[in-house]
Design a protein around this ligand. Structure first.
Ligand code: AMP
Ligand code: GLY
Length: 421
């Protein structure tokens, strides 16, 4: 079987690498992929994620059995609908089902209609009304652009003035374009965050080990928000009854709700959760795998991934098996300056093998050579599985110390919350 993965980051590297491990899979294409993936025997194809017709033609010409869609913007643009119209199978939600991610207002409406625990909120398109609401509610308060804003459309405001400024940026000054034409203003929730993922077909779902991301750029959760600087799974200090409660009060009802709305969900559902004093509540839904969470979740899958997705796509029961051994932890190495301006073209250290996996994100071969150079904000990620968080940290950080590279940086505290630090 030949498969296609759409996307180019570390997430797609992890998905494609896992698919290629299946004995039934002879070739995995990744479009557009990145050159680092080539070192793992993956075939990168120079077609962008928004070129639906070219991707469809490629899948048809190359006998691709089905396609796994990685990124949110492709799903929001209806890539799955287009593949299906062409008679091709794709693993990911349709545009209407993916609205859970691409409109925060829609997600909030669904949650309120189906009684799913989340922060209290109001949606505004009029700045003066938003301002009046913020002043009435007081701070801290959270202002979110309704649409997709590359993870930058959320402002956790410590003062009412900051919140009003954020609402002004979005509603009057158009800083997020159409994504900020409406804003969701919501209650500030306090607690530890974690992510819960599930493989889904309709109202049937299979929960994955919980993971914890590290969104801020610097140690101690300081600095600007990024796509994610490291993660680990499972989360040892997260009680099983909290995960069970999240499944019962969040994952199950939202999928039943989507079915009732005539938007049956197929693909990966990502629930970004916060453990409040009243139990787990939803921060956001995403309609896809997380990056970097995927890179620490998928190495724990011991069943045949390609076989599992084939079964899900056919509406059959997949035999999904996870290891319960220790913990899988990964640290992202990024370009100095990320998530703001950064330089490209730094020569990367050799790929690790064995107990430490290297997943590439922003990496590109130098001209006429197989030397990998940095080519993006997040560059690569080292991932390992060990008995404890401490042991995993020791292993990853001694390797990172050894391969330290000028022009690149990483956080030194990934997983430390699990150690009570
Ligand atoms: P999002 O892009 O929705 O994941 O939001 C980015 C980050 O903002 C989250 O990871 C949280 O740390 C924070 N955040 C979002 N909504 C809330 C909320 N209602 N209360 C507290 N923090 C929040
Ligand atoms: N790790 C956060 C995300 O994928 O949205």
């Amino acid at each position: 079987m030949k498969l296609l993965v759409v996307g180019s980051g570390g997430r797609e590297h992890a998905i494609a690498k896992k698919l290629l491990e299946s004995p039934q899979v002879e070739q995995v294409f990744v479009a557009p992929g990145n050159d680092g993936m080539v070192l793992d025997g993956l075939d990168v194809v120079d077609i962008g994620i928004s070129e639906h017709s070219a991707l469809i033609a490629f899948a048809q010409d190359n006998g691709v059995a089905w396609t796994f869609i990685g990124p949110d913007d492709a799903l929001a643009a209806g890539i799955v609908d287009d593949f299906n119209k062409a008679g091709l199978k794709a693993f990911g939600p349709t545009r209407l089902a993916a609205e859970l991610e691409w409109s925060k207002d829609f997600a909030k409406e669904i949650m309120s209609k189906y009684g799913i625990p989340t922060a209290a909120y109001r949606t505004f398109s009029d700045f003066e009304k938003a301002k009046a609401y913020i002043e009435e509610q007081g701070a801290p308060i959270v202002v979110k652009a309704d649409g997709l804003a590359l993870g930058k459309g959320v402002v956790v405001a410590e003062t009412a003035e900051q919140a009003v400024d954020a609402a002004r940026d979005m509603l009057l000054d158009n800083k997020f374009g159409d994504a900020g034409a409406r804003v969701v203003i919501e209650e500030f929730l306090e607690g530890e965050e974690f992510s819960l993922f599930a493989f889904v077909n309709g109202d049937t779902f299979y929960v994955m080990p919980p993971a914890q991301d590290h969104k801020r750029a610097y140690d101690g959760d300081k600095g600007p928000n990024t796509g994610g600087m490291g993660a680990y799974a499972p989360v040892p200090h997260l009680p099983q009854d909290v995960v069970d409660a999240a499944v019962k009060t969040i994952i199950k009802p939202v999928l039943e709700g989507m079915l009732a709305e005539g938007r049956p969900y197929l693909g990966v559902l990502y629930a970004g959760l916060i453990l409040t004093a009243d139990g787990p509540k939803v921060i956001e839904f995403n309609s896809r795998f997380g990056d970097p969470e995927t890179q620490v979740i998928l190495p724990r899958l011991t069943s045949d991934f390609a076989q599992n997705i084939t079964a899900l796509l056919a509406g059959e029961t997949p035999d999904i098996i996870w290891t319960d051994k220790g913990v899988t932890l990964g640290v992202v190495v990024a370009s100095e300056g990320y998530p703001l301006a950064y330089e490209k073209g730094v020569a990367l250290p050799a790929k690790t093998d064995g107990d430490i996996i290297t997943y590439y994100a922003g990496a590109k071969f130098a001209e006429n050579s197989r030397t990998l150079l940095s080519n993006g904000g997040r560059v690569y990620m080292l991932v390992t599985t060990a008995d404890t968080v401490q042991a995993a940290q020791d292993s990853i950080y001694s390797q990172l110390d050894y391969q330290k590279t000028a022009g690149l940086f990483y956080r030194t505290d990934i997983g430390s919350k699990a150690l009570g630090k």
